[in-house]
Design a binder for this molecule. Structure first.
Ligand SMILES: [Zn+2]
Length: 115
């Protein structure tokens, strides 16, 4: 379950950021994540893993908010940007796989609210 590993890494980065703030942040109240639909990340697994990873951290009891980013690709046959619902989906216009993914693989913190 790589989502748990992602959450542990996320908490470590949030704590480093909190500790280097001046004055240091003592508690993280809310974390906003942006996750791409093509990032290969299960959102339910993230929601499940986050509180486990946050135990004994500054983000203990923090609320997690997730914003999704739609998948997009530039199709080289159609020369158009198309929406891609998954990494296994063909171009929605020509049905081929001759495309370059241009959006939807992000995993990042947009914002955190602290006390
Ligand atoms: Zn196409």
């Amino acid at each position: 379950m790589h989502e748990l590993t992602l959450c542990f890494n996320l908490i470590r980065i949030l704590e480093q950021t909190a500790n280097s703030a001046s004055p240091p942040i003592t508690r993280i109240k809310t974390v906003w994540l942006e996750i791409g639909e093509l990032a290969g990340i299960d959102l339910d697994a993230i929601r499940f893993s986050f509180p486990i990873a946050a135990t004994h951290s500054l983000a203990k009891d923090a609320t997690l908010k997730i914003k999704t980013q739609a998948g997009q690709a530039l199709c080289h046959n159609c020369d158009k940007n198309v929406t891609l619902s998954s990494l296994l989906a063909p171009c929605s216009i020509c049905g081929q796989y001759n495309y370059t993914i241009t959006q939807g693989k992000v995993f990042r913190v947009i914002r955190m609210e602290t006390i």
